[in-house]
Design a protein around this ligand. Structure first.
Ligand code: ZN
Ligand code: ZN
Ligand code: ZN
Length: 119
């Protein structure tokens, strides 16, 4: 009889221990690294890489030789910038480019959306 009680207590102990371990394992996963001060929530990019909040980045990084736009604003080199352009309402959905960099639209030949992209 006593033996059964002891075995019962051991199982309860294992159960509780397991639950504690489970909770301890869960806790770190919920802590997705959100460092409010370092993350620009408006432009969905690290504050230190946000060319809209830190305009000095545009000068500092110079031009993108491949795309003839400021490197800090080159969405083709850094697709992380795309949500920022959208937040700034500077995005040409028709050509998958920032509106301010979209030669096709600037030329006034093709309204966005009327030209198959990539052509
Ligand atoms: Zn920003
Ligand atoms: Zn580029
Ligand atoms: Zn366009």
């Amino acid at each position: 009889m006593l033996k059964q009680i002891i075995i019962g207590l051991i199982f309860i102990g294992i159960g509780a221990g397991g639950a504690v371990l489970y909770l301890q394992n869960q806790a770190p996963k919920q802590e997705v690294h959100v460092h409010g001060a370092e993350y620009c929530s408006k432009h969905k990019i690290a504050e230190s890489e946000c060319p809209w909040c830190d305009k000095s980045l545009i000068k500092k990084m110079g031009m993108c030789p491949g795309h003839k736009v400021p490197e800090a604003l080159c969405s083709r080199c850094n697709s992380d910038l795309i949500p920022g352009f959208k937040a700034e309402n500077d995005w040409c959905a028709g050509h998958d480019l920032p509106e301010s960099q979209c030669d096709l639209c600037k030329a006034g030949q093709y309204p966005p959306g009327e030209v198959p992209k990539g052509s």
